[in-house]
Ligand binder design. Structure first.
Ligand code: NAD
Length: 528
């Protein structure tokens, strides 16, 4: 295993990877003359901070790469589409800097309350302005948080220690969780109207862009102080400048800006504004934490296949991933089975989740099904990351259906594949011992192990066919492990799934096809 570390990460983080026997860790910043493009050729994983640009072109030189680990949150330096397309998992370390950002937020609040930067500048200018620089206490004031995630809740914890009242607006957080932390969840209108300090901690989404605009500023308590350590785009800077000038807003402390670095910004220069260059998360401790986190995440992914904090995969914990694992295998095997029996040009894939399976994060199962299908037809290998994008690229429509009611078989997975000429559906489940089984095909009940070499036989429902198939296989030295039968009486058609112990040669297949009642025989191989 080769891990390429392209930017500076802490010694402790490096040691986590070096401790793995047989792993080669190449620390690029410390290797004079080594080139990224050369070193990435045989690398399994790449670790970066924000300096290295992981472009589509760079990834073209990385045929073995399976993971990119970003020590930090923003992944703007990674071409996500190119990584996803190549099946590379991109992971980041959300929350690693939560304490640092929360502490800076508190520093900003104190700085605004006590006018520390202003007082410092005044004294350095040779003045002694005790009267003008009278401040106010934080105790007893109301702090309104917009966004109550990792950082927002840490800020709340610190503010509570200073005996502040804390209100929060976050439409995606339950009030019980907030209540337990002594925080009252409230509507945005209320938070705006009640807060002495308004601190932004929401993620940037189309909905939160310019969340603080002229109308919202007008709805705040007069004399409010505004802090933004989240993302610059949450605030309409022009509107904020005007609100400060007009006296509606008494002061602002900003670590982030609409454009970074801000160009000739009157807001940054304003005497009632404290501004720092996006450093709220930049502390030695945070850097150490994110370095260690990304090293552990990449190690665990390479060792156990469990992606944590993957940006181009849904968020799953290691435990969830473990629970999902048998269904990922089931999905992939069912997909592979269908691709082998359904014929060419898959147009549509329908996936139905039943019972408990309908309630889990099915994105990975869906991709496992697509991986199973695509790997029968593509020359490049599809994986859990890339399968969705590859299917879309090939114009395969994917429809997902969920039924949380307990089906006859709980946690069953049904897949139907529509090709240009046919539609075949299969229902499968994971048995007690974790083995995958087929439960039905095209609404015909037929139960068989989903493994090894399987003969898929469709024949006219007339006497003697099973006997002839059995005899023929015996004569050709093909041992039968399991013979499953089902039929569609209305259509007069029977279906056989024969698990055999060895590969079936084209000659044997020809002989089977020569049996007059047999309409279709296909050999399906489910690996490994
Ligand atoms: P998080 O995902 O834990 O929390 C974000 C919260 O925003 C979530 O609880 C979410 O429900 C909430 N949210 C989403 N849409 C909302 C809306 N319309 N209104 C109100 N709330 C909404 O993220 P986090 O780690 O706490 O980070 C918070 C912010 O801080 C992010 O914007 C992040 O980019 C930023 N950040 C800045 C620095 C820095 O150096 N200044 C460092 C790290 C993170």
């Amino acid at each position: 295993m080769k891990i390429l570390v392209a930017d500076n990460i802490s010694e402790k983080a490096l040691q986590i990877l070096q401790a793995e026997g047989g792993w080669q860790v190449v620390n690029l910043p410390k290797q004079k003359g080594a080139s990224l493009v050369e070193e990435i050729r045989d690398a399994d994983a790449l670790l970066v901070r924000s300096a290295t640009k992981v472009t589509a072109e760079l990834l073209e030189h990385a045929p073995k790469l399976r993971a990119v680990g970003r020590a930090g949150v923003g992944v703007d330096n990674v071409d996500m589409e190119a990584a996803t397309r190549r099946g590379i998992v991109v992971m980041n370390t959300p929350g690693g800097s939560a304490t640092s950002v929360a502490e800076q937020t508190l520093g900003f609040m104190l700085g605004l309350a006590r006018r520390i930067p202003e007082a410092d500048a005044s004294l350095k200018a040779g003045k002694w302005e005790k009267k003008r620089l009278t401040g106010s206490e934080l105790r007893g004031k109301t702090l309104g948080l917009i966004g109550f995630g990792r950082i927002g809740s840490e800020v709340a914890r610190l503010a509570r220690a200073l005996e502040m009242q804390v209100l929060a607006y976050d439409p995606y957080v339950g009030s019980r969780l907030a209540g337990e932390q002594g925080v009252k969840l409230a509507a945005l209108k209320e938070v705006l109207a009640e807060s002495d300090y308004l601190s932004l901690h929401a993620s940037l989404t189309p909905e939160t862009r310019h969340l603080i605009n002229a109308a919202r500023l007008a709805a705040t308590r007069r004399g409010v102080r505004i802090i933004n350590c989240a993302r610059g785009e949450l605030i309409d800077e022009k509107a904020l400048f005007e609100a400060i000038e007009g006296g509606q807003v008494a002061g602002a402390a900003l670590d982030v800006f609409e454009a970074e670095p801000p160009k000739d910004s009157p807001l940054v220069r304003h005497p009632r504004v404290i501004a720092t260059p996006h450093i709220a998360g930049s502390t030695e401790e945070a850097q150490e934490i994110v370095g260690i986190s990304i090293a552990e995440q990449v190690r665990d992914f390479l060792k156990y296949g469990a992606p944590r904090n993957a940006v181009n995969l849904p968020a799953v914990t290691a435990e969830e991933y473990q629970k999902l694992q048998p269904y990922l295998e089931l999905g992939e095997k069912l997909g592979s089975f269908l691709a082998q029996v359904a014929g060419e040009r898959v147009e549509e894939v329908r996936i139905s989740y039943d019972g408990g399976l309908a309630e889990v994060n099915t994105h990975l199962v869906r991709n496992a099904v697509l991986k199973g299908i695509l790997n029968q037809v593509l020359s490049e290998e599809a994986n859990l990351v890339s399968a969705g994008a590859l299917a879309q690229e090939r114009g395969i429509e994917v429809v997902e259906l969920r039924s949380a009611r307990r089906a006859a078989f709980s946690n069953s997975l049904g897949i139907a594949v529509k090709t240009e000429s046919d539609t075949v559906s299969v229902l499968g489940m994971v048995g007690l011992q974790g083995a995958q089984r087929i439960l039905g095909i095209n609404d015909i009940d037929i139960e068989a192990p989903l493994k090894g070499v399987i003969l898929y036989i469709r024949n006219q429902d007339v006497p003697g066919v099973i006997g002839r198939v059995g005899t023929l296989l015996g004569d050709c030295q093909v041992n039968i492990a399991n013979f499953a039968l089902g039929r569609n009486q209305q259509a007069g058609e029977a279906l056989g799934l024969v698990n055999v112990d060895s590969p079936v040669s084209p000659e044997v297949l020809e002989k089977l096809r020569a049996i007059s009642a047999i309409r279709t025989v296909k050999v399906v191989t489910i690996g490994p």
